[in-house]
Ligand binder design. Structure first.
Ligand code: HEM
Length: 316
């Protein structure tokens, strides 16, 4: 056998069987999905808050917070957006923060459009407390929802809760700014009765009164320019009202880091590999294919040389 033939065969042998299976694995980007709802936050943390000897009284009700997501489908409408949405935003200021509680998650990714979509935490402002079934608690903060391509910006300001005579109402200032092209007129509704709340039969413990997830329904269709009817389900309300001697629950985590959406549709840029030198290592498989073809070429060259050297004996 000639040298090229031998070389070709050796190369093929080293290459191994061409049917070696190699799988392409792509690691999904790490996500920190938080699916906690406000009620879980309160339930988890109140168990650790104890201040023995502390009672909630009309004189010392001076702490707390209100965690409310407003309406999750609205957070999704603005925070994820419909096709063609550009420039949407949700921001919280003046005492409100956007938490990581109950974020909108799509395909395992929270805040899929890069806009924070979690529930809101409003800080304590003041309270007029008589008993667990009769009080007013005011909270502070502004949340702004902007949807420029639908011609509106909606602001939710300074919610406050009244409970008396078996009726509990969540009030807030609502302002709808509408630009030309909007299907409705702008509205400004200070201190509107926004939602009716059904609180649990809670009593203060160690100076802390908490409602974990009180169901709420919309009372003002006007607040959403008629896009929802009165009676529509709003997000449950998590209220904390505390004496100044109480240990309040720790603040829930703020919104997950938002990942800006990719400029182009994401696709797997690594072609399906037939050969991969090291499992799990990204490779195009090109180098391995080159050596395979080199082996074939050398083999053919060797055979050609053998044929060329072959001289059948001539008869004279
Ligand atoms: C003053 C301006 C507007 C306000 C306040 C407004 C408000 C709303 C609200 C509250 C919803 C319900 C979201 C939900 O809970 O699912 C909604 C849905 C919707 N809006 Fe608007 N909108 C406005 C303008 C527009 C415009 C101009 C368009 C069309 C170009 C539009 C298209 C839609 C569509 C298609 C839905 C249904 C979304 C779904 O069901 O997934 N809106 N809007």
């Amino acid at each position: 056998m000639s040298i090229p033939v031998v070389a070709g065969l050796i190369l093929l042998a080293v290459q191994g069987p061409t049917t070696t299976a190699t799988t392409t694995t792509t690691t999904p980007p790490p996500t920190t999905t938080v699916t906690t709802v406000p009620s879980q936050r309160v339930a988890a943390e109140t168990t650790t808050t104890t201040a023995p000897g502390c009672d909630l009284t009309p004189a010392n009700a001076r702490k707390g917070d209100l965690i409310w997501g407003f309406k999750k489908s609205f957070r999704q409408y603005v925070g994820v957006g419909l096709a063609g949405a550009t420039g949407n935003s949700i921001t919280a200021t003046n005492g409100a923060t956007i938490t990581a509680l109950d974020e909108v998650v799509r395909d395992g990714v929270p805040n899929p459009s890069g806009i924070p979509t979690g529930a809101y935490r409003f800080t304590f402002d003041s309270a007029d407390y008589t008993s667990p079934t009769q009080f007013t608690a005011r909270y502070r903060g502004t949340v702004t929802f902007a949807y420029p391509t639908h011609f509106f910006t909606l602001l939710l300001f300074d919610p406050w809760v009244t409970t008396a005579n078996g009726t509990t109402i969540l009030h807030a200032d609502i302002e709808l700014k509408a630009t030309p092209g909007a299907p409705t007129q702008p509205t400004n509704l200070p201190d509107v009765d926004l939602a009716r709340v059904t609180p649990p039969a809670a009593t203060p413990t160690n100076g802390l009164l908490t409602w974990q997830a009180a169901p709420a329904t919309l009372t003002s269709a006007e607040a959403f320019a008629g896009f929802y009817q009165a009676g529509a389900a709003m997000d449950p309300v998590a209220l904390t009202l505390a004496a100044d001697c109480a240990t309040t629950p720790t603040t829930p985590p703020t919104a997950n880091p938002v990942i800006p959406p990719a400029a182009t549709p994401t696709e797997n840029l690594i072609p399906t590999a037939r050969f991969r030198p090291t499992p799990g290592l990204a490779s195009t498989g090109v180098a391995t294919e080159h050596s395979l073809w080199a082996g074939v070429v050398l083999l053919l060259a060797g055979m050609a040389l053998v044929l060329a050297a072959y001289r059948p004996g001539r008869r004279t």
